[in-house]
Design a protein around this ligand. Structure first.
Ligand SMILES: NC(=O)c1ccc[n+]([C@@H]2O[C@H](COP(=O)([O-])OP(=O)(O)OC[C@H]3O[C@@H](n4cnc5c(N)ncnc54)[C@H](O)[C@@H]3O)[C@@H](O)[C@H]2O)c1
Length: 344
């Protein structure tokens, strides 16, 4: 461990001058990724392994959606010798303590959560337990094990129904409209508290509607693609003018990995595409990509759903060198291709 620290000190000036040395530096870092076999966790772990990091993946592999898909993600990650896996529930602090104290961890990327907006209205206490208590548990682990970097997956949902666009990190976020959004806001606040009290950098990333291969089946890109390919009817909530800043998973993950090296005490940073798409445009694009007509049932807006999301990503660009490179149409083409090959 001490050798690692000394190495870093000696190598840092060299790395700045010679970018090719970065790989050696990365190899020395061990990252704990929670929620590692879920959608974003899988892509994050995969990219970290490709970059030469050691990854400890942690997940309870719950049945919020088909756990076999998570097992398949796990099997792929296990092909890399730098990947270790712990099947643990983040609500159980004593289990986390026992298992995680065995490792020297450089950073935690905390993605594990209950992630759906609508189910959070049905079961708010579950969201409180996993998303708030679970996050505090991981912050305790960071504190106890001197882990100095904590990257937290927050969400655009914390902006609630604000009409000012684009959404900026300095906008007030005191009016969440779902238990999920409230739980993410609470997570950010605990990150701030731990960053203030202890020697931990906490970087909270607000993801804007993430989609792509291995995507969640409860989200519109997956549900609509499934419906159109199977000739089934979709439920269209509202008049189709609601809009979302859909962000391709590779873009999100590039920001997550960059945040691991951001040496700031506490930051909140949007990661989005900064190009919102209305529901009606979404349907048109999907019809164009698949060459099929969408069957639609019109329904009123759902409680908890926000009218729009739209990320201002200037801060992400400045601090993380972040740039969303994938247009919605290009990303959906990749997603539909993946869906046909893996789920159809
Ligand atoms: N997908 C999006 O559009 C989006 C948008 C904003 C924020 N986020 C956040 O990003 C993170 C990842 O989301 P995702 O879309 O990959 O969701 P996901 O459901 O695919 O992944 C979450 C993973 O966490 C695991 N998990 C849940 N509860 C756990 C517990 N108690 N202990 C251990 N593991 C547990 C699940 O088994 C799952 O594999 C979440 O924190 C989510 O709130 C996602």
């Amino acid at each position: 461990m001490i050798i690692q620290g000394e190495f870093k000190k000696i190598l840092t000036p060299l790395i700045r001058q010679a970018p090719q040395v970065i790989l050696i530096n990365n190899k020395m870092k061990t990252i704990l990724v929670t929620g590692a076999v879920g959608f974003i966790g899988f892509h994050t772990s995969k990219l970290l392994l490709e970059k030469g990091y050691q990854v400890i993946g942690l997940d309870e592999i719950n049945d919020y959606y088909n756990p076999e898909w998570k097992e398949a993600n796990l099997a792929k990650l296990k092909e890399n010798n730098n990947f270790n896996f712990l099947k643990l529930d983040i609500r159980n602090l004593s289990d986390l303590r026992e298992q995680l104290s065995k490792y020297k961890i450089d950073a935690i990327v905390h993605l594990a959560a209950r992630a759906g907006v609508r189910p959070s209205i049905a079961d708010p206490l579950l969201y409180e337990e996993v998303n708030i208590k679970g996050t505090i548990n991981l912050l305790e682990i960071a504190k106890e094990n001197q882990i100095k970097q904590f990257v937290f997956a927050s969400s655009s949902s914390v902006y609630g129904n604000q009409s000012k666009v684009p959404f900026s990190e300095t906008d007030p976020v005191n009016e969440p409209i779902s238990p999920y959004a409230a739980s993410k806001k609470a997570g950010e606040m605990f990150c701030h508290t731990y960053a203030h009290l202890y020697d931990i950098n906490c970087i909270c990333l607000r993801f804007f509607t993430v989609y792509g291969p291995n995507g969640r089946p409860d989200m519109a890109p997956y549900m609509f693609t499934k419906a159109i390919l199977e000739g089934k009817t979709i439920k269209k909530f509202g008049d189709g003018q609601t809009r979302r800043d859909y962000t391709y998973v590779d873009d999100i993950v590039s920001g997550v990995v960059a945040a691991i090296d951001l040496d700031r005490k506490f930051e909140i940073i949007n990661l989005g595409n900064s190009n919102p798409i209305t529901l009606n445009e979404f349907i048109e694009i999907l019809e164009k990509i698949t060459g099929k007509k969408m069957q639609i049932e019109r329904l009123p807006m759902q409680p908890g759903d926000v009218d729009q999301t739209f990320a201002d990503v200037a801060k992400a660009k400045k601090l993380l060198g972040y740039e969303a490179k994938t247009s919605f149409e290009a990303g959906m083409r990749k997603f539909v291709e993946w869906y046909r090959a893996n789920r159809f």
